[in-house]
Design a protein around this ligand. Structure first.
Ligand SMILES: [Zn+2]
Ligand SMILES: [Zn+2]
Length: 280
């Protein structure tokens, strides 16, 4: 019988990625507490998995002895029954369902207020039947300090109204959620705003001297900061009518896919991009 397996990658001291095969969560640890960035879509218990990681690496020794980028496989049996006393909090990069399915394991979580509505819609069951976890709002410029491990919140609306990026200040690493990634970037539906997206990318570009690496929630894990500019250029070429779309079905919606080199933007078909033409 197949047992569930999860791949954990130590990114650097005090930071791990947790893969569920579709979406990636991140775990950050400081001297005083730990923070889970997103709770995924398909974990039996993301909280127990995080506690298991915080208890130390599988086998023996400490995480400090394990080199960066090393991968460790945990089975469901490794996680079942795991208990931990290290304080663990939860933050969502945005309110899309694939980042929030494990939220019910927590009493409360951080999210940007502009995605509160989206979160409630994606989690109607929880909110209609029970109180559900409490939301605590984070804003642009806030810092969550885990204990010598400050994380700065950057509001980057576009993919959703309340999307945030997280800057691990000391590690010089940026976590942009779904807003910067290889492959598909979802921009269709009423909870997104493509018009705000380019300015959000410029905001990240303006901070580029503060980070050396990006860690994305889907597709390729690790990217160079230059990739933000590639996404910006890709988006501009689409919005200037330079890219021909392809019609596709996604999650029951007909959408237009724009292959823009670095990434593919998935956009509402009624959104039309006019090519810039000479004055008439
Ligand atoms: Zn998303
Ligand atoms: Zn996602």
């Amino acid at each position: 019988m197949d047992e569930r397996k999860y791949e954990i990658i130590k990114l650097y001291d005090g930071a791990w990625s947790i893969e569920d095969g579709f979406v990636r969560c991140f775990l950050m640890k400081g001297d005083e507490k730990a923070l889970l960035i997103d709770s995924g879509i398909d974990f039996e218990s993301i909280k127990k998995l995080a506690q298991t990681i915080l208890n130390g690496p599988k086998g023996a020794g400490s995480w400090e002895e394990i080199e960066a980028d090393a991968s460790v496989i945990y089975t469901q049996a490794d996680i079942d029954g795991a208990e931990g006393s290290f304080p663990l909090e939860l933050l969502n990069t945005h309110g899309d369902g694939d980042h929030c399915q494990g939220n019910h394991e927590f009493d409360w979580f951080y999210i940007h207020e502009a995605d509160a509505h989206l979160y409630k819609r994606e989690h109607k069951d929880l909110y209609e039947n029970a109180a559900g976890p409490e939301m605590r709002f984070v804003n642009d410029g806030d810092t969550i300090d885990l204990g010598n491990h400050p994380l700065e919140i950057i509001h980057i609306p576009g993919h959703t109204h309340g999307s945030i990026a997280i800057l691990d200040v000391n590690a010089r690493a940026l976590y942009p959620g779904d807003s910067v990634q290889t492959g598909d970037i979802f921009m269709f539906g009423d909870h997104r705003n493509l018009d705000e997206y380019p300015a959000s990318l410029m905001k990240l570009q303006d901070m580029e001297e503060r980070f050396d690496v990006l860690y994305a929630s889907h597709a390729q894990l690790k990217m160079e900061p230059d990739y933000i500019g590639e996404c910006f250029d890709a988006c501009e070429s689409m919005m200037h009518g330079e890219v021909e779309p392809r019609e596709e079905e996604r999650h029951g919606f007909t959408i237009f896919a724009y292959d823009c080199g670095a990434c593919t933007f998935l956009v509402d078909p009624d959104r039309v991009f006019e090519a810039e033409e000479e004055d008439e």
